[in-house]
Write a protein that binds this ligand. Structure first.
Ligand code: MG
Ligand code: MG
Length: 255
């Protein structure tokens, strides 16, 4: 069931979005060569604690997961697409790191992600990041009253495909509200003019994730969580939680 939020609820969702933006800024700054992924999780935990927020990631256990998620952020390095667990791995110069994060404030959730190059970016990684971010921007621009979910999916997917990247059909965007994952789902590829009609008060997380090798296939690591590209190529992931409004899309997870 798709829940449409009141204007009061839209305002109440903004503080959680700010906490998520703060965590992404702080973990991005901390993601330097030599830093452990687990240290980035500690950075996120401190900000959540300071803000009086809770983590919708910590102990989260969707149907596909064998164990509850053990951290407050996902850290997905190089060929990891999403859902990487912050381990003791030390970041190296040239790594491509996706950081995904959520927060709950006053019962409202928010969800956003960025991909960053650690140290010196490879040119092909820069192109992958720029394209994935551009697809997110196109998806947000398509999230207007009267448009449909398929318009967002098409805007995102056509940019990824035009660049030659792969897209997994199994993971994409979603509604956000009292729960981090709500209806409707927002695939990263689709046909324009299809699907749920967007209304004022609909809150969505849009999250293109592109696989640089061009294949769509992935597999799950032994930890039961991390999704890796089947061809070993690198992946990028950008996400914002946005509200569809009469005044156009409102990004809830910007600083
Ligand atoms: Mg996310
Ligand atoms: Mg999400």
């Amino acid at each position: 069931m798709v829940e449409i939020k009141t204007d009061t609820a839209l305002d109440a969702m903004r503080p959680a979005g700010r906490v998520v933006a703060d965590i992404l800024a702080a973990t991005r700054a901390a993601a330097t060569p030599g830093t452990r992924l687990s240290e980035l999780d500690e950075v996120a935990r401190a900000i959540l604690r300071e803000a009086g927020a809770t983590s919708p990631f910590l102990h989260y256990r969707p149907s596909f997961a064998p164990t509850p998620f053990p951290a407050t952020i996902c850290t997905s390095v190089n060929d990891a697409i999403v859902h990487g667990i912050p381990s003791s791995y030390r970041l190296r110069d040239g790594d491509l790191l996706s950081i995904d994060c959520g927060a709950v404030v006053d019962g409202w959730a928010s969800d956003a992600a960025i991909t960053v190059a650690v140290g010196t970016p490879r040119p092909e990684d820069q192109r992958l990041m720029d394209t994935t971010r551009r697809a997110l921007e196109a998806g947000i621009a398509a999230a207007v009253v009267g448009a449909r979910i398929g318009d967002i999916s098409h805007a995102i997917g056509s940019i990824g495909r035009a660049a030659g990247y792969g897209i997994s059909a199994d993971f994409g965007g979603h509604g956000v509200g009292r729960h981090m994952h709500e209806d409707p789902s927002v695939p990263n590829e689709g046909r324009p003019g299809r699907g749920f009609v967007l209304r004022h008060g609909l809150v969505l997380a849009l999250e293109p994730m592109f696989l640089s090798g061009g294949g769509d296939a992935y597999y799950t690591a032994n930890d039961g969580w991390t999704l890796l590209t089947a061809d070993g190529s690198r992946a990028a992931h950008f996400e914002h939680t946005i509200a569809v409004t009469h005044d156009g899309p409102r990004i809830l997870t910007q600083p």
